[in-house]
Structures are given as structure tokens and as C-alpha cells.
Design a protein around this ligand. Structure first.
Ligand code: DQA
Length: 152
């Protein structure tokens, strides 16, 4: 079984981007950590990053098809700023039927007002927020648990 870890816009800059907010770990560090957790959980973890909304939409649609085939437990989705803007991405999540754990490295609730609304939260199975990059392996564990209970 597989799981997708999808990172959206500007997350390729992790490590150098506002380290006071996002920490010093790079995207490569995060992805290595996800792969290690996958090995522990027996999950084939696939990590992707895009700065393009439509590409994220296509990946979420792909996840829906693969989950329907019983080949995928779901998606860990850090959509970056698209979280706060993208009805298209929210529609892809609900339309594809894929299980999503929404993730934010920073605690968006103690930041600017525009970060407090998420189009994704109403269609996500759950949300992990503000735990730094440690949230990623936790999100993979959560996906495994939710899939075992057939929750989304
Ligand atoms: C983020 C929070 C978003 O508000 C921001 O636009 C990001 C990263 C996070 O991981 O904390 O790009 O999703």
C-alpha cells in the first residue's frame, strides 16, 4: 500500500524560508523522514512538491483513483497558501474521495487572520497543525489508523 505526501507552493524553500516560522529542516530532510516512517509502517511513501495549483489538483485526483483501487491509504497534504485560497483543491479532495490529512508546519491559528481559514479542513479527515516538520510522520501514522478504521 502507498501513501502520497504532497507539498504545495514555496515548500521547496524549506530550510531557508523564514526559519523562525518553519524551522531549519529542508524539504529533502522532511521527505527522507517520511520515507523512513513509511518503512516502519509498511507504507510505500511517494513525496511530491509543486508550486502549481493544477498539478496538485491532478495529484489529488490520482490519489482518489488509486485509493478506490485499494492501492493507497490517502494523502498528507500541505497545500501551503493554496489552503487559504483554493476551492479547486478542496473540490478535488471531495470529488476524488481520497482520504486527506491536512498539515501545516506552523501554527496558522496564531498567525495572520488570512491564514485562519482553510478551504481544505471541511473536506479533510483531520488536520495536523503547528507541530513543525514532526507533523509529517504523525500525519502518515494518522492515515494508517484512519484507513484501518475506514474513516475519512
Ligand atoms: C503552511 C502555512 C500556510 O499559511 C503558508 O502559506 C505555507 C505553509 C505551513 O506549513 O505552516 O506556505 O501551510
Amino acid at each position: 500500500t502507498a501513501a502520497l505526501v504532497l507539498n504545495g507552493p514555496n515548500l521547496n524553500l524549506l530550510g531557508t524560508r523564514e526559519p523562525g516560522v518553519y524551522g531549519h529542516a529542508t524539504l529533502a530532510d522532511v521527505e527522507a523522514d517520511c520515507l523512513a516512517t513509511g518503512r516502519e509502517l509498511g507504507l510505500d511513501v511517494e513525496c511530491r512538491q509543486s508550486n502549481f495549483e493544477g498539478e496538485l489538483v491532478e495529484w489529488v485526483q490520482e490519489a482518489g483513483r488509486r485509493q478506490a483501487d485499494g492501492e493507497l491509504v490517502g494523502v498528507v497534504l500541505n497545500a501551503g497558501a493554496y489552503t487559504h485560497t483554493s476551492i479547486a483543491l478542496a473540490d478535488a479532495v471531495s470529488g476524488s474521495g481520497t482520504r486527506v490529512v491536512e498539515l501545516h508546519i506552523s501554527n496558522v491559528h496564531r498567525r495572520e487572520a488570512f491564514r485562519q481559514h482553510s478551504y481544505l479542513s471541511p473536506v479533510a479527515a483531520g488536520v495536523i497543525v503547528g507541530l513543525g516538520v514532526a507533523g509529517y510522520p504523525l500525519a502518515l501514522r494518522a492515515l494508517t489508523l484512519l484507513a484501518a478504521q475506514e474513516l475519512r
